[in-house]
Design a protein around this ligand. Structure first.
Ligand code: GLY
Length: 365
């Protein structure tokens, strides 16, 4: 078991990582409040994949438990589901201030976190991320929110949890594509901050595929520590520090949007292509070596992540870029790699360069 501290003064909290750590939930809830209702927000996928683990943990919570089970998928991060959830909480907790426990992937964490940030102007939140993606990214750092049809994550808040419990046991119930989804974010952390982790990923593809418990625990811990270090310096994402976490996300989001958030590319798969496109831009600008770009492409493809774009038109991707806030503010800002382990923010990448790189990544069939 490992602990990573997110040192944010009065809002500091621990991320506890390891097999079986969800067993600490009953104690954590009662330490936050002896008798507040524990509102557990989860989804049907978690219940079907990890219902047994969950059932035995929830039974041990001494506080009254209210369980809210969402439909899996991004659609649950909506205004309607938010409204239905707070109404359920209001009627089930009858005037008591609850502790919100989010048990699930990014959608559950973001929705439940936003509920916690706004219900009674803020109630305690515990994050129990059950996907690799949520363990290394969305459960850490306090970004919570919902989508509108107009844009993703457009309504939200910065709201830090009291504790994050990243239990490795949840990972074994995930399909391989879901693990790869999280591995793309792991590679992102390695490129922005850790050449050592990059090398370790290259050398241990087998351990990743077999979900070796110790190896995965170390990876999640390293990613959590990198993110914690960044969030501590720029909690509210307004100091040009946290932005490095967007490496691969600018063009990645455009691929995700252009594919209509269909099953074609999930978040990590889009980020995989986005990281390579950013790498290609950096190569053409003379700040990133070909050898490093090739290492990155090999690692992503060894992890069964896509490295070229299929079935999405370049024009659609370029169109989706226009809605990115980094573009609409008049500047094309990119987080670009300089080497494995170091990135920098580059402004005013020419539209011609972006067009050319996107076209070059479209796989001719
Ligand atoms: N996922 C990016 C951030 O938390 O800032």
């Amino acid at each position: 078991m490992k602990t990573v501290k997110v040192d944010l003064g009065k809002r500091a909290y621990d991320i506890i990582i390891g097999a079986g750590v969800v067993g600490k939930l009953p104690r954590i809830v009662s330490e936050i409040s002896k008798n507040a209702p524990a509102v557990v927000i989860t989804d049907r996928n978690v219940i079907s994949g990890s219902g047994k683990i969950l059932g035995s943990v929830l039974k041990k919570i001494k506080n009254p438990v209210v369980k809210i089970v969402l439909e899996p998928g991004e659609r649950s991060k909506s205004f309607n589901v938010f409204a239905a959830t707070v109404k359920k909480i209001a009627s089930a907790t009858r005037g008591h201030k609850p502790v919100i426990v989010a048990i699930g992937g990014g959608v559950v964490g973001d929705l439940a976190g936003f509920v916690a940030s706004s219900y009674r102007r803020g109630v305690p939140l515990v994050q129990v991320p059950t996907t690799l993606l949520a363990q290394v990214d969305s459960s850490i750092g306090g970004k919570v929110g919902i989508d509108l049809t107009e844009a993703k994550n457009i309504v939200g808040a910065f709201y830090q949890p009291r504790k994050v419990l990243s239990d490795m046991d949840f990972l074994s119930s995930l399909p391989p594509r879901q693990i790869n989804n999280g591995m793309a974010e792991v590679v992102k952390y390695a490129v922005i901050k850790s050449p050592e982790m990059f090398l370790s990923l290259e050398r241990n593809i087998g351990k990743i595929r077999s979900l070796d418990g110790k190896f995965m625990e170390n990876i999640v811990t390293e990613c959590a520590a990198i993110k914690a270090g960044i969030v501590e310096k720029d909690e509210l994402d307004d100091m040009d520090i946290r932005i490095v976490l967007n490496y691969g996300h600018t063009l990645g989001h455009a691929v995700e949007t252009a594919s209509g958030y269909s099953d074609l590319y999930n978040h990590g798969e889009s980020v995989s292509i986005g990281m390579l496109m950013a790498g290609e831009i950096a190569l053409r600008m003379g700040i990133f070596a070909k050898r490093d770009l090739m290492r990155l492409e090999k690692l992503l493809s060894d992890l069964d992540l896509p490295v070229r774009i299929k079935k999405v038109k370049a024009a659609k991707i370029l169109d989706a870029c226009k809605y990115d806030k980094k573009f609409t503010s008049g500047k094309t800002r990119f987080v670009l790699p300089c080497s494995i382990g170091k990135v920098k923010v580059v402004e005013n990448v020419s539209p011609g360069m972006i067009r050319s790189v996107v076209s070059c990544f479209i796989k001719k069939s």
